[in-house]
Write a protein that binds this ligand. Sequence first.
Ligand SMILES: [Zn+2]
Length: 338
Amino acid sequence: MSRYIVVKPLLSSEPSRLQGEYVLSISRLLLIGLLALGLLIGLGSVPPAVMASAGEEPALEVKPTIEVKPVILTSIKPLTMIATAVLGDQVEIRQLLPDQEIPHHYALRVSDRRLFDQGQLVLWIGPELETFMGALVTEREPRSVITAAELSGMVWPETVERGRDYHLWLNPDNALLIARTLVLQVSELSGVNKAVLKARLQNFEDEIATLKQVVGERLLALKGNKFIVDHDAFGHFTETFGLRGAGYLRDSSGLEIGARARAKIMSQEEIRCVIAEPESRIDRLQGLATKWHAKLAIIDPLGAKAIGFEDQPEVEFSAYAGLINTVTEGFVDCLEFR
Ligand SMILES: [Zn+2]
């Protein structure tokens, strides 16, 4: 069953319309020089497409080779999705954590450290979520790090009782704030086309506006339905769209709640839905769902199994929109009347 939302197509990675307003910069000249040098010494890695287009168009149209692209390091998949939407092929994006890894309890490997040193710019949520990265980040030049949780303008849910919920990408406005900050900083790096970044950001802004509207409408009728979550990771999403959870079994940092809080949750009635995550103890949650005659849904806030648009070129919206869409449909399935 197809449940794609319809959003405006993402911009192609080469908006030729923008060429007119593009001012030839020294860095671009340098780039062309490097590319020409590469061709001279018989660099085997130049893609055929570049060779072909060089024949029919002026040399200035030649795209940057992979060697000169800035490397942007992201911590987790949702940030990779946001970065990919606005930066596209202007940079090389590398992700520190494997898609399915849970950031709360991750331990750093030697290869991660090597990867970390390669990034010109690091994008992470902050030490509360990716605790394993804290020591590495403090060693870096602060200007080369974007700490999403510290951005001014970040929206936080009011319903999260204990500490803050750092799964902040689940509010599309926060994703947009991260995207804007990224574009601002990456535009300062050499080897990127600012006009392309500006156009991609505009496109992402349009997409987020549509996304919020579509998701809001989708969830409108389900606002009164009670649910509990295993891990308090959906506060940003549920508050943005007016859903109100009836409790959680593990707090936003992944720790089990106490016996008293648990008893309070267990005494609740008319729970329609129990929301688990891929790493949850499904058998235990299934038991709870059965007790309430509620439905059990598994929703991944990291989007490891979100609909992979990379493999579906005909679906033209960002992987980030796909993540929000997947979370939305998980809630709809779980909360709907049956
Ligand atoms: Zn989490």
